[in-house]
Design a protein around this ligand. Sequence first.
Ligand code: F6P
Length: 491
Amino acid sequence: MQFAARAEQAPPLTERPQWRSLQQHYRDIEPQHLRELFASDGERGERFTAEAAGLYLDYSKNRINGETLRLLIELAEACGVSAATEAMFNGEKINVTEQRPVLHVALRAPRSERIVVDGHDVVPAVHAVLDRMSAFSDRISNGDWTGHRGKRIRNVVNIGIGGSDLGPVMAYEALRHYSHRDMVFRFVSNIDGTDFTEAVRDLQADETLFIVCSKTFTTLETLANARAARQWCLNALSDEAAIAKHFVAVSTNKAEVVKFGIDAANMFEFWDWVGGRYSMGSAVGLSIMLAIGAEQFRAMLAGFRAMDEHFRSAPPARNLPWLHGLLAIWNNDFLGASTTAVLPYEQYLKRFPAYLQQLVMESNGKRVSVDGAVVGCQTSPIVWGEPGTNGQHSFFQLLHQGTRLVPSDFIGFCRTDNPLGEQHDLLMANLFAQSEALAFGKTADQVRAEGTGDALVAHRTFEGNQPSNTILAEQLTPQALGSLVALYEHS
Ligand code: F6P
């Protein structure tokens, strides 16, 4: 039976016996503090961990026990998550509102794989575009492709918004260590003219390439900025012929690209089965490839692929996206948290929370289910965050001593690309100390034992019991970034 038909026949989520069992189970968990859960189970810190595709997930600081996991997995099984996963990987039209497959996994499939959509294997086309991107990227970096006046391209400006901006800018920042340092990369998204004006203020048109990146090529902001870029280019170069050397397009819509004035030969294609927020591994990632080179871009895709394979094949209890996703449902729908803080202890991931806002909230925010029925529970948590340790000096006080339940994802890397004295050790020590303090808090007795006078005890007490995940990898490589993004995509 097809995905959509199955979804229509399914009982509402909150009326399922598995949901009710979890509600019942919450009553057992609710009075237990994370301090007690750890004290009563010496192996908890090792048992509630999982590892795959170069990522290590420690979820022991969630307010769960073995039974919670068992019930959550039962719920997911009853909802047909495994079958839906297979439907996605097999190219079924699981995007029921647009009658399209959801096939970002095909973007990182090896050449040898076959994924058939409407009778056509899509994998050869994916690799043909990747090959064209690689050739173009090589031509830019070796100076073979020059601007209209024969100058080397030194500046790349990506114009796009939403999924056509957030992935590229996040990944460019994340992988800056791997980027061509003799080139400048800028990202323009906002209709606010300030965005474009500031982005090009110090650039020379004769050495600047614009990538107009838009799935539909009809998005107001992107087209307005693309027109501004065109005019800026013409003002400086005074020749229509310059457009062909200074503009390329990334889109699914060839007709609109040509109508805008970009040669179809300078268009990098992707397909309607790639959702905007899942598109950074497609031609939408052209700016990433120009920054880090084709080889590293493919290493990033290999990281995505490793997580895809893990997600598809690992048993739920050891499956990182399953665990991460189910814990989000537990925290959001049973414990009543309404937000999730994403806290990368890695400066290069400074745009990761913004990227996840679209990925998570545009995916899971809708108040109706696939069958159009209003869901009887909270949808996506509100995602927000900042890199550590900066966040510690702004909003952490509320997390530690406020009234709200705020689950967090701590993300860290064992090795840094920028060793500076002991600073990386201090950074990681902060990550571990913060997740520990959020979980275990500091009781009034502990505060008193430190010699605090009665008047200040309440002010120095930390309630604790705040759930968190810790996600660790060896180093922030292109491969690790791919795995990390794919973890959140599937979650
Ligand atoms: O407004 C949301 C959205 O539709 C996203 O899903 C998409 O990533 C973005 O707009 C940009 O759309 P396009 O790539 O077609 O310009």
